[in-house]
Design a protein around this ligand. Structure first.
Ligand code: TMP
Length: 213
């Protein structure tokens, strides 16, 4: 059966304004009559949210990189089985705060795990399912970290050095360049109105493409 519901993800470094952007995308899609659910990774299920706590909290600060990678995919497997695939099968669009591009960026770029191993897990857990559209909120690392600083107690990822985020950003940008049909890059270094204006135009173009609206 051809699937008409769309799987949309939002990616970006810390301090990129992801929450505001997700809310704006959700509002615009709903206003256009799209039936959708919103969710996030790591998380989105009861088990996934417990895994998120293990990953982001400081109880396991010395976690091995491979453990971190496998926990990301364990949470994702649960999320796909319980939430994402059922919604798409019902015909609902899925708007997800981060997905596997974050694994390539953070575990691949940031931690330096071989990308080929991530590809193997991606095929194992997802089969052929990939996001249809991905918004990448791009901004200089330092600007993002400055914005994120002081929000709350930094989690295990926010505590990483700038070089980790430089590598994550470079990976995100390389992936966007390699798949221009899927990615829409939003310049998140601009002020809120500037970001929201770009976003609105981009979501309108997506809706035109998908609904012929
Ligand atoms: P956030 O969703 O609140 O931004 O926090 C999630 C953190 O987890 C963020 O620092 C990115 C990180 N992350 C990974 O390292 N790999 C992944 O696959 C995902 C989904 C998130």
């Amino acid at each position: 059966m051809t699937r008409t519901a769309r799987f949309i993800t939002v990616e970006g470094l810390e301090g990129a304004g992801k929450t505001t952007v997700l809310n704006a995308i959700e509002a615009q899609l709903r206003a256009s009559g799209v039936d959708l659910i919103t969710t996030r990774e790591p998380g989105g299920t009861s088990l996934g949210e417990d895994i998120r706590e293990l990953l982001l909290g400081h109880k396991h600060d010395g976690m091995a990189d491979d453990t971190e990678l496998l926990l990301m995919f364990a949470a994702r497997a649960e999320h796909l089985h319980k939430v994402i695939r059922p919604a798409l099968d019902r015909g609902q669009w899925v708007l997800c705060d981060r997905f596997t591009d974050a694994t390539y960026a953070y575990q691949g770029g940031g931690r330096g795990i071989d990308m080929a191993r991530i590809e193997t897990l991606e095929r194992f857990v997802q089969g052929t399912l990939r996001p249809d559209h991905t918004f990448l909120l791009d901004l200089p690392v330092k600007q993002g970290l400055d914005r994120a600083a002081g929000r709350s107690e930094p989690d295990r990822f926010e505590k990483q050095r700038e070089a980790f985020f430089d590598a994550a950003r470079a990976t995100y940008r390389a992936r966007a360049q390699a798949e221009p049909g899927r990615f829409r890059i939003i310049d998140a270094s601009r002020d809120l109105n500037g970001v929201l204006a770009q976003l609105q135009a981009s979501v309108s173009a997506l809706l035109d493409e998908e609904l012929g609206a």
